[in-house]
Design a protein around this ligand. Structure first.
Ligand code: DP6
Length: 347
């Protein structure tokens, strides 16, 4: 910290991976459809926020010790939207320092981990200034959502749901909740190997993709599909039905990219090797009878999902058959994680 802050807070918060995808928003970053995700274990952002008393506010942001103008804009928009809820923003200069555990330029979305870590630090500091030390995690999820929709789901570990469903009384468009079912053992330690097909930055941002859903010809159909898939997925997560889970994971991933390809203007983020890997996964599952499936985010990379007990078989197959389709043979290994952690400085 360069400005000798009067108070600091440090949090480490994970990225998350959606199985039912958030795609399309309304009002202040409320989703048009529910989404279900799990938090990762290895892909995390660590953020320290320092408060420097100063009447005219302001902030600085550094990622790995360097300024990133693109994120500064996003943080400014975020601060303007949450100002009324967090008075510390008005009367302090906010110094933000972040690092990511996952390497740069691997096509891994960082906004969920970054915005959830920032929301945790800010909420924690506001509580400290108020003389309290408990955090209302629902409120933090709601703050994180305003920074980036998917970040609302990163304030918890394991499986989470964001978006209102009449059938699920605790669900909300304003914040995420832990998935309201008991999770079967097979889904408690799911592995996610991220097969890096391309690390180039996306030609179309997620924010723009969300916007194209406003007038999308398949909008209503998509909303119904996501609602149906959410209820089905929760059933499979609790009964341990991997086959049912895989059907939804793949249908959601391909539907997301189908929506992009049928937007106006249309765009495609898939690469030839994305499709080659999908073929390989299906072939392996059919021939070996090993439960593997996949999903994708808004990018060309494949997330290969499987239960922990198949780690050895899957790793060997990845090395031999999938690595050649990955950029520089890159595979990042991750699995379900326990959620954010407050880091207490020992200095
Ligand atoms: C495809 O949360 O990155 O990963 O709210 O504009 O910050 P903003 O978008 P973002 O969108 C994520 C979209 C997705 C699906 C998902 O995570 O549910």
């Amino acid at each position: 910290m360069t400005n000798k802050p009067s108070l600091t807070s440090t949090w480490q918060s994970p990225s998350n991976l959606a199985i039912v995808k958030y795609w399309g928003k309304k009002a202040l970053q409320e989703p048009v459809n529910p989404s279900v995700s799990f938090s990762l274990s290895e892909a995390k952002t660590t953020t320290t926020v320092g408060l420097v008393p100063r009447q005219d506010g302001g902030f600085s942001f550094r990622l790995d010790e360097l300024p990133v103008p693109k994120f500064e804009k996003k943080i400014e928009t975020f601060f303007n939207a949450i100002r009324a809820r967090l008075p510390i923003i008005e009367n302090h200069f906010i110094e933000i320092e972040s690092t990511n555990t996952f390497p740069h330029s691997t096509g891994i979305a960082s906004s969920a981990s970054a915005m959830s870590a920032l929301a945790l630090c800010l909420a924690d500091l506001q509580q400290q200034v108020n003389g309290k030390n408990d955090l209302d995690i629902t409120e933090v999820s709601s703050l994180a959502r305003i920074g980036s929709g998917s970040a609302s789901r990163s304030v918890y570990g394991n499986w989470n749901l964001w978006g209102r469903m009449a059938e699920l009384p605790e669900s909300s468009d304003f914040h995420a909740i832990p998935a309201p079912v008991d999770i079967a053992p097979v889904f408690r330690d799911l592995h996610d190997d991220i097969l890096i097909v391309s690390s180039q930055s996306k030609p179309v941002s997620s924010s723009h993709g969300h916007k194209l859903m406003d007038l999308h010809p398949y909008r209503e159909g998509r909303i119904s599909q996501a609602r149906r898939n959410t209820l089905e997925l929760l059933k499979h997560l609790s009964s341990g039905n991997f086959e049912g889970f895989a059907k939804i994971a793949e249908s959601e991933a391909l539907s997301l990219h189908g929506l992009m390809m049928s937007s106006t203007p249309a765009f495609t983020l898939l690469r030839p090797n994305t499709l080659a890997i999908i073929e390989k996964i299906r072939e392996f599952r059919d021939n070996k009878d090993i439960p593997v499936t996949f999903t994708m985010d808004a990018g060309p990379n494949i997330h290969l999902l499987y239960p922990k007990e198949f780690l050895n078989e899957v790793s060997e197959w990845e090395e031999n058959s999938l690595k050649p389709f990955c950029e520089d043979g890159r595979i990042l290994r991750d699995h379900i994680g326990k959620g954010p952690e407050k880091i207490i400085s020992t200095k």
